[in-house]
Write a protein that binds this ligand. Sequence first.
Ligand code: CAA
Length: 391
Amino acid sequence: MPAELAIGIHDLSVATTQYVLTHATLAAHNGSDVAKYQRGIGQRSMSVPAADEDIVTMAAAAAAPIVARHGAERIRTVVFATESSVDQAKAAGIHVHSLLGLPSATRVVELKQACYSGTAALQFAIGLVHRDRTEQVLVIASDVSKYDLGSPGEATQGAAAVAMLISADPALVRIEDPSGMFTADIMDFWRPNYRNTALVDGRESISAYLQAVEGTWKDYTERGGHKLDELSAFCYHQPFTKMAYKAHRHLLNYCGYEVDEARINGAIANTTAYNEVIGNSYTASVYLALAALLDTAGDLSGKAIGFLSYGSGSVAEFFAGTVVPGYRAHLRADAHREAIDRREDIDYARYREIHTHAFPVDGGDYPVPRETTGPYRLAGLSGHKRIYEPR
Ligand code: CAA
């Protein structure tokens, strides 16, 4: 597509939580060798939401700087991607719409398909901008990943939101055709409506992910996508950062390349800096990989990047984007680093208290203590309604 007709990511902003639990603290509690976490799965710490934080407060915190920079006049649609939704009916994006004071002439919707739906949101947004190039779409991927205490998944929890402004003539990344798609009916990871922690078959989930890498790549190349060598870096969904290395090794094997660790490092190493300290942020994870790549790598102007978005269950998509020359002037690297560095370390006892907290379900008034130092907070529950406010 000629550059002047391009559509893609015009701005990107990351937010995470008030607290952080290190894997050293988790290992000291459960007797694991910390190397299993730091080297084995490639994780150093995980974001933990305060009592007055959730997917809405993180989403609003991520999106507010975008609205402040570009205004809201052209945003006609907000698509909120999540698998840790706060309501079965109302879209979480409506709370964000209200907190940010967006115009009433806006369409707001929530999308779900495990960790994949951020990419569905991006592709739907591109379709809307194709229809009217003057419109912009605010895509927000926000999730809190939660597994049972003491389960193998516990070390892969985390929480973050990534907000992206999708528009014509984007400043950061032009998203290209084609996409490679893959769907398979697999129960590798799921969360029934009556549970607030996910269920997972860990080993099955890893092989399902690798099967999806093959399936998407096959469809992508059959539709005329880039050759592997034409892609400078690969942003994979990162439930834990070692998964990106496993996936890329698998892709190289599948394409008949010698497995060369230096080549794998070159493709992946710049994409993991945020995920390894934030943990799994489900829908946001692949776009946190992009944020880390853009913020920390050398000049990528004009380079093509591959994206592999995987959502258990499973749906996956492989697509590519080209980094726009001049993109570095539009990055938010300092704010992203600040959002990560300002988190307060918590000990295991505090983490456990937060993990086991659940609101009563009787519809009473339950104000939430002030904990977050972020811009928005969950003030409480009243009459079964969540009340949000600027802090
Ligand atoms: N030093 C260095 N490495 C060590 C070590 C040590 N002391 N001890 C173990 N390791 C290595 C192991 O060799 C292993 O590496 P390989 O996989 O490369 O062999 C790694 O550390 C993990 O060890 P285990 O497999 O023994 O760990 P585990 O059984 O406790 O669980 C897990 C690992 C299955 C990933 C688990 O954390 C889990 O279930 N996580 C949730 C599911 C998940 O993230 N799945 C990913 C694909 S699904 C997806 O992507 C969607 C999503 O977001 C959920």
